[in-house]
Design a protein around this ligand. Structure first.
Ligand SMILES: [Zn+2]
Ligand SMILES: [Zn+2]
Length: 385
């Protein structure tokens, strides 16, 4: 039964999921549940972009969670153009431009995303650039040191059969150590920049650090190809698959796993509520386990599979699985972060533009307020810290 709020006159209703008295609209502004269908998990409406399903395969709305849906088209187009250019350069067997584009395409898009949504307008340089640059600085020596060992292990496996000690080192220890290195920048911020307390803060720092790392490792790992001349002798299909893997799949994977772990870490910094279902998808240990499995599988592929097609196929499958998993985890993290029940002032929603009472979720479109830019319309007054 609906009643009107005595102060604002807004029609109110009791949410069947959280039992709070909330504005009577499409979504519960307190817990994010879809009111009409009484769905606390509302999997058809991703918390960072309710116009998409939680299981929607999209690199843009997954890795750029603060980006409003209406401003995502240029980013989708840019990714398509980058992918198309990598294919053209791969088929043409041009090494230099292909390597340069593979190294910088996704990191540059990420910087443009941060600039576009002004996630951290108040502290832009120190926060995100720090993790990004640290990722680059760690990636250079790492790739220089491990690259030749991984290649030698692969050749040894193919010629003389697998040698357990070497496979364990290059296929298991190296990828796990690389994941730890990608987390160092976010960990530094976790301990020395305590003012950030949202899961998506951690995700942003993790993704930035990982993209700095993959930028460096791509350059260093592919550098030997450059020394052989402007045009490679490699088969065009092999070269194309290699630059697509290094230019798109590897950065997506690194940003996903590192962002996921950092997001789970930051989630515990602020207040969280326990979810009735799927709460396990948000835990730090689940995130670490998922990331470790992904990197060990790929590490073993790197040191045992000679066929570029098969190896890139494995990267593609795991990238798609990781992008979907990150959405599941971020969706539930955003639901778990909705702790305080407060019907705030009427302000335009950053996502749907309707004038709505400011709450943890927009009562009209269901977007999590924490998935909108901190400096965006309606988020200037941070009632939910
Ligand atoms: Zn509710
Ligand atoms: Zn809205």
């Amino acid at each position: 039964m609906s009643v009107n709020d005595s102060d604002t006159g807004i029609p109110m209703t009791t949410c069947p999921a959280c039992s709070n008295l909330v504005p009577s609209e499409e979504y519960c502004g307190a817990c994010g549940a879809h009111l009409a269908s009484n769905s606390p998990g509302r999997h058809t409406a991703y918390a960072a972009d309710p116009s998409e399903h939680m299981f929607h395969l999209s690199a843009v709305s997954t890795l750029f969670p603060h980006l409003p849906h209406r401003r995502s088209a240029p980013f989708r187009l840019a990714l398509l153009v980058a992918g198309g250019l990598l294919v053209v350069l791969g088929i043409a067997r041009l090494t230099g431009p292909a390597i340069a584009l593979a190294a910088i395409a996704v990191p540059v898009l990420y910087v443009l995303y941060l600039w576009e949504v002004e996630v951290y307008e108040d502290e832009p340089v120190t926060v995100t650039a720090l993790t990004f640059v640290l990722g680059i600085l760690l990636g250079i020596p790492w790739a220089w040191f491990t690259g030749p060992i991984v290649t030698a292990t692969l050749l040894g496996t193919v010629i003389a059969g697998p040698q357990p000690g070497k496979v364990l080192l290059a296929g298991v220890v190296f990828p796990l150590a690389a994941q730890v290195l990608m987390l160092l920048g976010p960990l530094f911020l976790f301990f020395y920049r305590r003012r950030y307390d949202e899961a998506l803060d951690g995700f942003t720092f993790g993704a930035a650090s990982a993209l700095g790392f993959t930028l460096a490792t791509t350059f260093v790992n592919l550098w030997p190809e450059l020394r052989l001349g402007l045009v490679t002798n490699a088969d065009p299909a092999t070269h194309t698959l290699t630059v697509l893997e290094r230019g798109l799949l590897n950065p997506f994977l690194a940003a996903s796993t590192t962002g996921l772990i950092a997001g789970a870490l930051w989630l515990r910094r602020g207040k969280v509520r326990s979810l009735a279902a799927h709460g396990w998808t948000t835990t730090l240990w689940t995130s670490i386990l998922v990331a470790a499995v992904v990197w060990v599988v790929l590490g073993l592929v790197n040191v045992s599979v000679l066929s570029t097609g098969v190896a890139v196929g494995a990267y593609l499958l795991l990238t798609m699985a990781m992008l979907l998993w990150v959405r599941v985890a971020l969706h539930h993290m955003l639901l778990a972060e909705a702790v305080e029940v407060q019907v705030g002032p009427m302000e335009p929603c950053f996502h749907c533009h309707r004038i709505e009472p400011r709450m943890a979720f927009c009562p009209h479109c269901g977007i999590a307020t924490r998935a909108t830019p901190k400096t965006g319309t309606g988020r200037l007054r941070r009632a939910f810290r």
